[in-house]
Write a protein that binds this ligand. Sequence first.
Ligand code: SF4
Ligand code: SF4
Length: 314
Amino acid sequence: MMKYLVILLSDQSTSFCYYNSSDNIEENKLMPLETLRNAIKYAFMEDLFIQFVLPPFSLPKEYEDIITSTKASIIAPSSTSYKADVMVVDGFLELNNIEILKDVSYVLRTSKKDFFEHYEEITRRIVELSRLNIVLTDIEDFKEDDFILYKQILDEFACCVKDITLSGETIQLNILTDRLVENEMNNCNAGCKTITLAPDGQFYICPAFYYAKEQPVGNLENGLMIKNSHLYKLEYAPLCRECDAYQCKRCVYLNKRLTREVNTPSKEQCVVSHIERNASSFLLLSIREHIIFMPKTEIKEISYLDPFDNIKNK
Ligand code: SF4
Ligand code: SF4
């Protein structure tokens, strides 16, 4: 059963994930007011929690009035003055220039190259942040050397987070601390628990499917019509349902692009997620050398980084 409705208010609504919202934009289309009102009604009738995704420009007053009077969370680019629940930062240059607000979650979208070159900026600013989600926008380009470097950087992050934790502070860094607090899969769930409404009034599996010009999966008038909807569920993803990299996004958009099957992950996504999982384990054990910490949490040692290798060897 769907739980969330992501509403893209404009074709230029900020990307908060792996896709680029600026690709394939022919015109800057704002969702018509009538569609927006109907979308809110739809969410109310279907008992869906709304997430508004804002563009990098001010919205007309009628839109602002509707947004502020609706119970919803707001995702906005950090370049706007809007105080959102989630602020999206595009790259390290932007990260260096923003004033960090308390009680706001930040998403940092970065290429692997920029991440490898500037990751120390994160260790420098991490104490200011309540929560940081790092999204590597070109995960599909990771090669063997990148995996090695990613592991080294995460181990450095783990040492930094350990020191912060031992000083009595807490921080949330998705690629390191999410796995500590999850005891079951907590993935993106696009097409399964979350659906997106685009400015054209049609539903898409997630914003990435809209910008990639994939077929819509229904509309406000006729409701959702997702072909083979079961394939988006964890139970129908044979590798993922056996996996314990619970923090992994299990991105069905990347799956479709890289393996052509929404329920089959790529090696790159799996290895990156397992490096994160193992770094979380390293963090847990490092903290436990000093204090009693999350005694019920266990992250087992494993000998593989790609679950596909594990299945092959069984
Ligand atoms: S790491 Fe791979 S197998 Fe595990 S949940 Fe992520 S995509 Fe699925
Ligand atoms: S399927 Fe989920 S994780 Fe993948 S791009 Fe869409 S919203 Fe992001």
